[in-house]
Write a protein of this length. Structure first.
Length: 311
């Protein structure tokens, strides 16, 4: 796939997902290739609870992230050395948020920040929340002085969706999204303008979704090389949801991008009339370049076969 900076499908039509809402996320969100941003309240910035009702996911993701940072740090953590102050801002903001808005439910997470006081501040923050944390810094762009380049300078990225952190470090938004079909003509200028115009205070939020063939969270590379068989069950195909936020840091002027990942088997919607069929229709509407980029050939035969059996 590629980096998660607004590269996948939807413009978000709702601020939050509701586990009691029977409508599948792809129907609510659509597949229009736009920014799809909505404002988010400070209290909702880094939610304690899983958006889809998985009460184990927070602890599971924190454990998995800690393991990756302990054993594969070079793959999931990077800092260019110029953004230490910005990373300290992130740590302090995360700690304050946990203490203020999680009603004691994340006391252990907040305490984890103090317990790792000898670590890089961004790693301290990353070990306390399930979200991935990425910091982008402004760089002058000549001759267009009205718009800045926004460069990835630090990241704690435990759960990448088919992109390699080391390949994106030090690159501006356009370079980060270079593999993404239609990004240059549709989103490059709006993205650059939006980042440059961001102010301190407001939090922007969007949902991003994709279909994948693994429930693994750490997937820097696409794992499957051959398509699923037509008789593969929907428990082998997954909806990967990313709750993404953007906010400007008040002291450094850097931008913090957060990603909370949820992975759900499509079997969750197997009994819902027309749900999988509507997903197949959306896949059919994608351009050939987008279909290839998103790995649609890896699972579309299995989805079509399911729809045929259900009809």
């Amino acid at each position: 796939m590629g980096p998660a900076f607004f590269i996948a499908d939807p413009a978000s039509q709702e601020a939050l997902m509701d586990e009691t809402d029977a409508q599948p996320p792809w129907q609510r969100l659509g597949s229009k290739f736009t920014l799809g941003l909505r404002s988010r309240a400070e209290a909702d910035w880094l939610p304690h609870d899983d958006a889809f009702g998985n009460h184990k996911s927070r602890a599971d993701q924190l454990s998995r992230k800690a393991s990756l940072l302990d054993t594969s740090r070079h793959e999931v953590f990077a800092c260019d050395g110029t953004s230490l102050a910005a990373c300290a801002e992130v740590r302090d903001m995360v700690k304050a948020h946990l203490e203020t808005h999680h009603d004691g439910r994340s006391d252990g997470d907040a305490a984890r920040l103090s317990a790792h006081s000898d670590m890089h501040p961004l790693e301290q923050a990353a070990r306390a929340v399930p979200e991935d944390l990425l910091v982008l810094a402004p760089r002058d762009r000549a001759p267009d002085a009205a718009v800045l380049d926004w460069v990835l300078v630090s990241a704690a990225l435990a759960f990448p969706a088919h992109w390699v952190l080391a390949e994106k470090m030090g690159r501006p938004l356009a370079g980060i999204h270079e593999p993404v079909p239609h990004y240059e003509e549709r989103l490059e200028r709006p993205m650059d303008r939006f980042f440059t115009a961001m102010t301190v205070g407001p939090i922007s939020h969007r949902w991003n979704w994709s279909v994948v063939t693994t429930d693994q969270l750490f997937t820097p590379h696409r794992m499957r090389r051959m398509p699923l068989a037509e008789n593969a069950g929907l428990d082998q195909i997954f909806l990967r949801m990313e709750s993404q936020t953007l906010r400007k840091l008040p002291l450094s002027g850097h931008i913090l991008f957060t990603i909370r990942t949820h992975v759900l088997p499509l079997s969750r919607w197997a009994e819902q009339d027309g749900a999988i069929g509507s997903l197949v229709e959306m896949l059919d509407e994608m351009s050939p370049q987008t279909r290839a980029y998103k790995g649609v050939p890896m699972y579309e035969d299995a989805l079509r076969a399911f729809v045929a059996r259900a009809s």
